[in-house]
Design a protein around this ligand. Structure first.
Ligand SMILES: *[C@@H]1O[C@H](CO)[C@@H](O)[C@H](O)[C@H]1NC(C)=O
Ligand SMILES: *[C@@H]1O[C@H](CO)[C@@H](O)[C@H](O)[C@H]1NC(C)=O
Ligand SMILES: *[C@@H]1O[C@H](CO)[C@@H](O)[C@H](O)[C@H]1NC(C)=O
Ligand SMILES: *[C@@H]1O[C@H](CO)[C@@H](O)[C@H](O)[C@H]1NC(C)=O
Ligand SMILES: [Cu+2]
Length: 821
């Protein structure tokens, strides 16, 4: 209360009340003897009152100047609702998914059961996605005012109900009210990706059998239990490795290695030496094919138990991990806290609201426009990418992620993951504001058809879109010296980022599509997440460093494949390399020496006329630019208006061609390949690729082998990026992204007459008013930007919202769909 009084008094002070204070004479009359003391007290009071007054005045003047909430842009709107008529590249809507399912349930020949009844021996809908319409028809719609191509779904049906089980793919349309399904494409059943019914059945069988015959070995060796009584010492078979028939030598087989792991945060860096190979070829007859334990191989559990009891191998004796904040495999903050007092990091805000628009899945930004979608089978895609109204790329899409390991033990040795086995698009989930994406991001959802759910599975935050000030100049120049014309000009590289992050069990892959204001498009793939490790027998030392007493971090190769359908000034393009070639020129004219030569470089332009020539294997000794253009579109100086493809994230795939699982990723043989675009070569990989090395369902090599003519054809650039990863201590607990970003760029190359970012109002120009004298001051050009815009960013409710809907970040426990590799 006292505090309040004191605060009230100075408030009067401020209003001028103190000058007429009547309390002073009264005090003088009544307490004459204490005059001095009182005077002193009063002085103190006055001083304090003034001090408080100043504080309050300050506060009040601050309040007067307090900025408002940052305004919304009057021009740029964000409307994520699907438009009434869905455009060609829009993912299937929830309603379309529903209509396709109902249509298929009515097809008696397919005998499809609903998700509640799916089992290994039933026919059911695994997933579906937009069937990309024919390009020519779509261009007629986009460019020539023709009618929109029909929308269709591509549906994946697993037929476990037939005498020879198979995977069937159907095209169903037209949406939203389908009336036809085209003849099925049939794929081998043993190549199918991971499915709930299989994994649930396999793991249940495995755990029951082991509990029955070997629970003693498990508990004595690892201090834990598989199920039932376990509480703080649970073990499970969580990780797995598909073993394709080229590895087992058994044509038509389907086998998987399962890793026993403790159920702790996180299993892939807590390796145990207990691995089981299951034969899953026949759906009614799953069995243990092999066991690998204590560095030895056993045919079955009986042999394992017999040899364990007879002491014929050195028994493993491990403690169950002691779970604490300090446990190396956990992601608790630990070590000395820094900064030593909590200080928030810098944040970005949007003082004039959004500078990009979104309508449905169509995005516009600073002259850029494109559509974005999430294909469940292959991940993020951009369509019809234009700058200043002119199409540059028709399709820019992730094709595949692969990671090939090497090890001594069989489960990690054969871990040649081709990740669409786990549905790349479905695993793009749960972006977290303030960590994965800046707080001012817009989140885009995705709706997927998944085997275990009748209703579409909605991922709230599959993409984030944000404008980002990179803090790096896009350009700058200063001339200041001597008598030169003095001027400074520069601008920040402010970009739009479209981001998604796919979590494939232990690894997390960040994909960024970055739109720069100078017409450059950047694509970035970055790895983070947990490494996969092996129990550290001495034989593992060839394959990685020992990171803990019993943990080897195995060497592996991350690979990413992208499709870039180039449409530079139309579809008919040329692919030209500009080689940087050494040349010794005659120098006798400029030198007094005889036969003087001068060594320099010249450019040699080479048009790649056939697919066999258009394969780029990076060669340090012959540097070159890679350009794409339409031969009819040139500058006034007859230079082709091209875009340059610049790949920065290359790596060499070293596994012997044609061996093991290599044929499944023949796209990784070259850092770049350019092919003639074909409707029947839509993707370089497939959801079957993890198993299909014996006979790849999609064999990218065949795209090249027909050696098509490329000149003035519609061309696709297939970009492979990769990184060899030899894990090190600092990969614990989780691999940091720094240094692991792989990029490629599409850069305008004689495409414009000058840098198109010269039009950007984000620039700053400073010059003296008088070139002859600085004393007259400066002209500063901000092009309408406020010099010092101040407003309150909108309050984020992200963490509150998350708390209210935990399922928007995590799977429900025991959800069958959450079994993964
Ligand atoms: C599928 O297998 C179960 C037992 O595992 C059996 O009860 C059922 O009849 C089988 N269904 C079909 C369609 O064969
Ligand atoms: C586009 O086509 C529609 C109907 O086919 C026609 O009415 C319209 O005039 C056309 N617009 C242009 C710009 O050609
Ligand atoms: C590593 O494994 C050996 C052999 O099984 C065991 O004796 C040792 O305790 C293990 N070390 C740790 C840290 O678990
Ligand atoms: C270039 O122009 C000629 C003449 O108009 C035309 O026949 C040809 O198809 C054009 N080529 C390309 C690649 O656009
Ligand atoms: Cu890695």
């Amino acid at each position: 209360m006292k505090t309040h009084r004191w605060l009230e008094k100075p408030l009067q002070l401020k209003l001028g009340a103190m000058a007429e204070d009547t309390k002073v004479p009264k005090l003088r009359r009544q307490i004459g003897r204490c005059r001095v003391l009182v005077a002193g007290l009063l002085l103190l009071l006055v001083a304090m009152a003034i001090a408080f007054g100043v504080v309050v005045i300050r506060l009040q003047s601050n309040i007067k100047e307090l900025p408002g909430t940052c305004p919304e842009s009057p021009i740029n709107k964000i409307n994520l609702d699907p438009p009434a008529k869905l455009p060609p590249f829009h993912d299937l809507s929830a309603d379309e998914i529903k209509q396709v399912k109902e249509f298929l349930y009515r097809q008696e020949d397919l005998k499809i059961v609903r998700p509640s009844a799916i089992a290994l021996n039933t026919s059911y809908i695994y997933t579906m996605e937009l069937n990309i319409p024919n390009k020519m028809t779509t261009l007629d719609f986009l460019d020539n005012n023709k009618s929109q191509p029909r929308r269709e779904a591509k549906v994946f049906i697993f037929r476990g109900d037939t005498s020879v089980p198979s995977c069937e793919e159907y095209i169903v349309g037209p949406l939203p009210n389908p009336v036809y399904k085209e003849d099925a494409k049939t794929r081998p059943f043993q190549y199918r990706p991971l499915t709930g019914p299989e994994l649930v059945t396999a793991i249940k069988m495995l755990e029951e059998t082991i509990n029955l015959k070997a629970s003693r070995i498990i508990s004595e060796s690892y201090g834990g239990q598989l199920s039932g009584d376990c509480k703080d010492n649970c073990l499970s078979f969580g990780l797995l490795t598909p073993m394709s028939s080229v590895v087992s030598g058994q044509s038509g087989s389907r086998k998987m290695w399962f890793f026993l792991t403790p159920v702790v945060e996180f299993s892939s860096v807590q390796p145990l030496d207990f691995l089981v190979l299951l034969d899953l070829t026949n759906i009614g007859n799953y069995y243990i094919d092999r066991i690998y334990h204590a560095g030895k191989s056993f045919r079955d559990l009986d042999e394992l138990v017999r040899k364990y009891d007879s002491g014929s191998f050195v028994k493993t004796r491990l403690q169950y991990p002691v779970v604490s904040k300090e446990l190396y495999s956990t992601l608790n903050r630990r070590g000395t806290l820094f900064p030593t007092t909590p200080l928030s990091p810098p944040l970005q805000y949007e003082p004039d609201g959004k500078r990009y628009s979104i309508a449905g899945r169509h995005i516009d930004y600073m002259g850029w426009s494109f559509d974005v979608r999430m294909a469940i089978t292959s991940g993020p895609q951009l369509w019809d990418v234009r700058f200043q109204g002119r199409r540059i790329v028709y399709e820019l899409s992730l094709q595949e992620i692969a990671v090939y390991y090497s090890a001594n033990n069989p489960a990690v040795r054969f871990a040649d993951y081709v990740d669409s086995i786990d549905l790349l698009g479905l695993k793009a989930r749960s972006l977290v504001s303030g960590a994965d994406c800046p707080r001012h991001s817009t989140y885009i959802s995705a709706s997927h058809s998944i085997e275990s759910m009748e209703e579409p599975f909605v991922v709230d935050r599959a993409f984030c879109v944000f404008e980002h000030n990179t803090g790096t100049p896009l350009r700058r120049h200063l001339t200041s010296f001597g008598t030169t014309y003095k001027v400074y000009e520069g601008m920040e590289d402010v970009v739009l980022v479209v981001r998604t992050i796919n979590t494939i069990v232990n690894y997390d892959y960040i994909f960024d599509f970055v739109f720069h204001q100078n017409g450059a498009l950047e694509v970035k793939a970055t790895s983070t997440g947990y490494i996969l490790t092996s129990f550290a027998f001495p034989e593992e030392e060839d394959y990685g460093f020992r990171l803990k007493d019993n943990v080897t971090g195995n060497i592996h190769h991350h690979m990413f494949h992208f499709k870039v359908d180039m449409d530079i000034n139309g579809q008919e393009n040329r692919f030209e390399t500009i080689e940087i070639t050494p040349v010794d020129v005659d120098n006798t004219q400029w030198s007094t020496g005889t036969n003087s030569k001068y060594s320099q470089t010249k450019i040699v332009r080479k048009q790649m006329k056939r697919e066999s020539e258009a394969v780029i294997d990076y060669d340090f000794s012959s540097p070159k630019y890679l350009t794409f253009y339409n031969k009819n579109v040139t500058t006034t100086t007859m230079v082709p208006r091209a875009y340059r493809l610049y790949v920065q994230g290359m790596s060499k795939q070293t596994i012997r061609r044609g061996s093991g699982n290599e044929p499944s990723i023949s796209w990784a043989r070259h850092q770049l390949a350019v092919t003639k675009r074909k409707e029947d070569e839509p993707r370089s990989s497939s959801i079957y690729a993890c198993w299909d090395a014996a006979k790849p369902v999609v064999n990218f090599q065949s795209f090249l082998d027909d050696n098509e003519e490329l000149t003035d054809q519609d061309q696709v650039a297939w970009v492979t990026m990769g990184i060899h990863h030899i894990p090190h201590m600092e990969d614990l607990p989780v691999t940091p992204t720094v240094g692991l970003d792989l990029k490629f760029f599409l850069l305008p190359y004689n495409y414009f007459d000058e840098d198109p970012a010269m039009g950007s109002g984000d620039a700053v120009r400073i010059e003296p008013k008088n070139q002859m004298s600085l004393s007259e001051g400066l002209n500063i050009f901000l092009y309408g930007k406020k010099e010092n815009p101040v407003c309150f960013p909108r309050k984020s409710t992200f963490m509150d919202d998350l708390n209210k809907s935990p399922e928007s970040i995590f799977d429900q426990p025991n959800d069958d769909t959450s079994y993964k590799i």
